[in-house]
Ligand binder design. Structure first.
Ligand code: FES
Length: 101
């Protein structure tokens, strides 16, 4: 499944946007000019990851501070231990899409 996120210009460095992919909420982020997409749900207690700080290839859950690697989805700090599901962010010209892996 593929879903249009919007224009690349709408997601400048540091920006985030959530979109529906099927029944899931997927968070698309721009970290340092690279786009990443991951399930918008922390694997600790299922709070949304949207709004968490994004820097240095990681996103930090605002609820209890778990950090996830944007490139692999791996949990990098407690209290989360399970990886978050990744999607593929695809840039085509001026447009941005997410796809299921
Ligand atoms: S819900 Fe994300 S760290 Fe607890």
């Amino acid at each position: 499944m593929r879903v249009r996120v919007g224009l690349v210009s709408e997601l400048p460095e540091g920006a985030q946007k959530s979109v529906r992919v099927g029944r899931q909420s997927v968070l698309v982020v721009n970290d340092g000019g690279r786009f990443y997409a991951l399930r918008n749900l922390c694997t600790h207690e299922s709070y949304p990851l949207e709004g968490g700080r994004v820097e240095n290839g990681m996103i930090t859950c605002e609820a209890h501070g778990a950090r996830f690697d944007l490139a692999t989805g791996a949990a990098r700090s407690m209290p989360a231990v399970k990886a978050v599901r990744l999607y593929r962010a695809v840039q085509e010209g001026a447009e941005l899409f997410v796809e299921e892996l």
